[in-house]
Each structure stands twice: as C-alpha cells, then as structure tokens.
Design a protein. Structure first.
Length: 138
C-alpha cells in the first residue's frame, strides 16, 4: 500500500503519493479550493482514497522557526482532525519547516518558469514532505 503526502494551505492542497514500496514520492496534484473551504480539500482527499490504496497520510505541519505553532499550523491541525473523523487510516503531522523554500529552489534549479513554479509549489512541497518521511522510515 502507498502513503499520501499533503501540504495544506488556505486555498490549495499539495498532494503527493509514494510508490508501493514506500521508497519514492511523486507529485500527484496541486488542488485549488476556495479560501478556508476545508471541506473541499477533505472531499478531494476522500476522492483520491477511493482510487488509491493508501495506508497512511503524512501532513506537513508548518511550525515557526522557533518550533512554536502559529496561525497556519493551527489551521493545519484542524484540517488533520477533520480528516481523522472521516478516515480509519492514520494522519501523521510532521514538521515541514523550510520545505517551501526547498521546493522553490528545486524548481528554479530545474529551470521551471515563475508561473509554473507558482502553480506547482504546494505539490512539490508535498513531495518533499512525503520523501522526508519515507527516508526517515528506512
């Protein structure tokens, strides 16, 4: 079974998925939804789970640099709680500090133009979040 990786934001959800062996993460989608309409993001995750055999979800938790939880982290934890109420698989929150910066640098290095980077930043962040998790489990 696979593992799903998520990068939750106010109006977008970066989605990544692992291979069956749980060694490689790949981008699945950068889903856009109306600002603060969490139920749309939850519905998207549920739709993916209908087609993909997933044993767990890894959700990036955007901590502040000092390790504290700010406003966006609180929103992410509420999203996690909403998912957990609808699922029987675990939703694992992991520290995602600096993943957006790493994603941005990766896309610049691969010569993606600014518009394409903006459209796929959350998806690339989800890939990095999931890949970090997979690497830690090895």
């Amino acid at each position: 079974m696979k593992i799903l990786g998520l990068d939750y934001g106010d109006a977008s959800l970066g989605i990544a998925i692992s291979d069956k062996e749980k060694t490689l993460a790949r981008g699945l989608e950068n889903y856009r939804f109306e600002t603060d309409k969490t139920e749309m993001a939850v519905a998207k995750v549920l739709a993916i789970l209908e087609v993909e055999p997933v044993e767990a979800i890894v959700l990036g938790l955007p901590k502040n640099m000092d390790g504290s939880l700010g406003n966006q982290a609180q929103k992410t934890l509420r999203f996690k709680e909403t998912l957990e109420k609808k699922l029987t698989i675990p939703v694992i929150a992991i520290d995602e500090r600096l993943t957006s910066r790493m994603a941005q640098q990766t896309m610049i290095f691969s010569k993606k133009n600014r518009k394409k980077r903006k459209q796929t930043l959350d998806q690339m962040s989800a890939v990095i979040i999931l890949q970090n998790y997979l690497d830690q489990k090895k």
